[in-house]
Design a protein around this ligand. Structure first.
Ligand code: CP
Ligand code: NVA
Length: 305
């Protein structure tokens, strides 16, 4: 018997190489144009995506569910509240069963090891829809958005202001894959952990000074100060992070054509001022829409490899 081909997973951005990443982004741009012209190809006809959510979501759910439907497939939404996962069924057992009935699985969960364990037992591609450690689908959308507005990220400077969280860790991986420098400014004690930084040391500059990070940057990015799972720390974090809001004044230190991105949901008056979020430099709404196009291209890629 010919052994089944190992599925191609997307658990971190490093699951694709530079050439593949570039191809996915170009395809995302192409698919976006086709979808907008009402000419969506039936790439996922007869395909089913299972979506497992252990954390809340607006964009990730809608982008995957709508994206799959537009390409002719179907998506199944599973939450821990109404599946056996919430009652303690081992992830390995769930993986074997779910993967035997669908063509792809997307998971949003807490520990990154959960998606790794699921992938190990899954015979179909597994996509990370956010873990405490990484958010690679968001980076596909961010890269697509930058490329559409300003071209390649190669040689550019990206400023990350705020928490050294899952988005920050994923931006560090993107810096290597897309050849840019990332300047990170976090309060003391909230820097990304060494394991996420050390392999990419040459690409990363870390400080506790937002002005230093943003000076002459091509792209300024932030995210919530309290990620999902950190709700109890929200009030305390608001005090600690108060000097890290992306304001018009801070944006004025970046390059005149610098863009602003935020994966959303955004908290106006906390990590970003309302006027920054709603200026033309802010591409957050397109960034959100691009989740769907980038993931459509990703799903096509994973099924083809
Ligand atoms: N950016 C993002 O992942 O949004 P949701 O949490 O709404 O899915
Ligand atoms: N860092 C945030 C991103 C939300 C899309 C979180 O993990 O909650």
């Amino acid at each position: 018997m010919v052994p089944a081909k190992a599925p191609r997973h997307f658990l971190t951005l490093n699951d694709v190489n530079k050439t593949e990443l570039n191809a996915i982004i170009q395809r995302a741009i192409e698919l976006k144009a086709l979808l907008r012209a009402g000419k969506a190809p039936e790439l996922l006809k007869d395909k089913v995506l299972a979506m497992i959510f252990e954390k809340n979501s607006t964009r990730t759910r809608v982008s995957f569910e709508s994206g799959v439907a537009k390409l002719g497939g179907q998506a199944i939404f599973l939450s821990t509240k109404d599946s056996q996962l919430g009652r303690g069924e081992p992830i390995e057992d769930a993986a074997r069963c779910i993967a035997s009935m669908v063509d792809m699985v997307m998971i949003r969960t807490y520990a990154h090891t959960t998606v790794q364990r699921f992938a190990e037992y899954s015979r179909v591609p597994v996509i990370n829809g956010l873990t405490d450690e990484y958010h690679p689908c968001q980076l596909l959308a961010d890269i697509q958005t930058y490329v559409e507005h300003r071209g390649s990220l190669a040689g550019k400077t990206v400023a990350w202001v705020g928490d050294g969280n899952n988005m920050c860790n994923t931006y560090i991986q993107a810096a290597e894959l897309c050849d840019f420098e990332i300047r990170i400014a976090t309060p003391k004690g909230f820097e990304p952990e060494d394991i996420y930084v050390t392999p990419y040391k040459k690409r990363v500059k870390i400080s506790n000074d937002p002005k230093k990070a943003v000076a002459s940057a091509d792209l300024v990015v932030t995210d919530t100060w309290a990620s999902m799972g950190q709700e109890d720390e929200k009030k305390q974090r608001e005090k600690i992070f108060s000097g890290y809001q992306v304001t018009k004044e801070l944006m004025s230190l970046a390059k005149p054509d610098a863009l602003f991105m935020h994966c959303l949901p955004a908290y106006r008056g906390k990590e970003v001022s309302a006027d920054v979020l709603d200026t033309p430099d802010s591409v957050v709404w397109e960034e959100a829409e691009n989740r769907m196009h980038a993931q459509n291209a990703l799903m096509e890629f994973l099924l083809a490899h």
